[in-house]
Design a binder for this molecule. Structure first.
Ligand SMILES: Nc1ncnc2c1ncn2[C@@H]1O[C@H](COP(=O)(O)OP(=O)(O)OP(=O)(O)O)[C@@H](O)[C@H]1O
Ligand SMILES: [Mg+2]
Length: 304
């Protein structure tokens, strides 16, 4: 299975989410860093593994040319202290233009001995790995429950959807991985009110301490497994795994990877609609207030 994790520039969390999910993945897995802006996955490894720069995405592409990516994948894996196996990414954005993303997409789709979670970075940046995005069985757009991130998601989701429909009709499934900022609204209400029109595949809590273990290589505390993020992971992983499996089984044909490059179509701007009761729209628009209004129907679980 090939599962892509994307972010937008107002809602970071792609790398951390991919790493966190993989840390409890129930079967062999690898996180491939395909962020065109340059990889930062080895930051979670500390200085020792940072030195191990010869195993990386470019080397995977070099050794795996002529359709050998599944066979050489394991030779490029670095195992982080957290136990998560990763393929380190590009050293800087200048390398992205030279990566044959279509070959990577086809190669990763052909991997059967591991599930692959691919960190796709921010959507829509120059030299983005569009063919890899199109090849995924499941695509997770990480979004935080804050107005800026929701607005950004609202603008790019139709573009991603349209690109997938054109290049992988009936293929990969697109949804949200919501990082919940603990406002009193239910995540589903927020997503619905922002007209995002995509399913929520999973919900993770805002938990900076545990997130830093995956993003910065911070030392895990003794009670890591009892942290909010760690406790949320198994359910999310189960759901994601099942959805991706269903999607792969349903996929009647491979995506049209060797079609035209992406040509984004301008999408009319839509107003962000937030739930009417109690929401201080003006304050939120000024950025002085987050989506934390009291809902008309309390959800019970969102504040815990
Ligand atoms: N669930 C979370 N709770 C709290 N903090 C988080 C969570 N997920 C990510 N973070 C933090 O947000 C910051 C950015 O995360 P991350 O590097 O994963 O984002 P990104 O989308 O990969 O960003 P970039 O575009 O720079 O690659 C990090 O400091 C990370 O620890
Ligand atoms: Mg990242």
């Amino acid at each position: 299975m090939l599962i892509g994790v994307l972010s937008t520039n107002a809602s970071p969390g792609a790398t951390t989410t991919a790493m966190a999910l993989s840390s409890v993945w129930p079967s062999p897995v690898v996180v491939v860093d395909a962020d065109p802006s340059g990889g930062d996955i080895l930051a979670a490894a500390g200085p020792v593994v940072e030195a191990d720069r010869e195993h990386n995405l470019l080397e995977l592409m070099r050794l795996g040319r002529q359709g050998q990516i599944p066979q050489v994948l394991d030779s490029q894996i670095t195992t982080l202290p957290s136990g998560v196996p990763v393929v380190a990414g590009l050293a800087h954005p200048g390398q992205a233009g030279g990566v044959p993303w279509t070959d990577l997409a086809e190669g990763l789709r052909a991997v059967t001995h591991r599930d692959v979670l691919v960190d796709l970075g921010r959507w829509g940046v120059p030299y983005a790995p569009a063919p890899v995005v199109r090849a995924c069985d499941l695509l997770l757009l990480v979004v935080r429950t804050q107005l800026r991130g929701l607005r950004r998601a609202q603008r790019i989701l139709p573009l991603i959807r349209e690109d997938l429909d054109r290049h992988n009709p009936g293929g990969g499934s697109l949804g949200l991985m919501v990082v919940n900022d603990h406002g009193p609204y239910a995540v589903a209400d927020i997503v619905r009110s922002a007209n995002l029109n995509v399913p929520v595949f999973g919900e993770l809590p805002l938990d900076a301490r545990t997130a830093a273990v995956f993003s910065e290589g911070a030392t895990p505390g003794r009670h890591l497994d009892r942290s909010p993020l760690a406790r949320a992971l198994p359910t999310v992983v189960r759901t994601i795994g099942q959805l991706a499996q269903q999607q792969r089984a349903l996929g009647t044909r491979a995506p049209l990877l060797r079609q035209q490059p992406m040509t984004p179509t301008p999408v009319p701007r839509q107003p962000v609609e937030v739930p009417a009761p109690g929401v201080q729209l003006r304050e939120m628009a000024r950025g002085t207030r987050r989506l934390t209004a009291v809902p008309s129907t309390p959800t019970g679980t969102e504040n815990s």
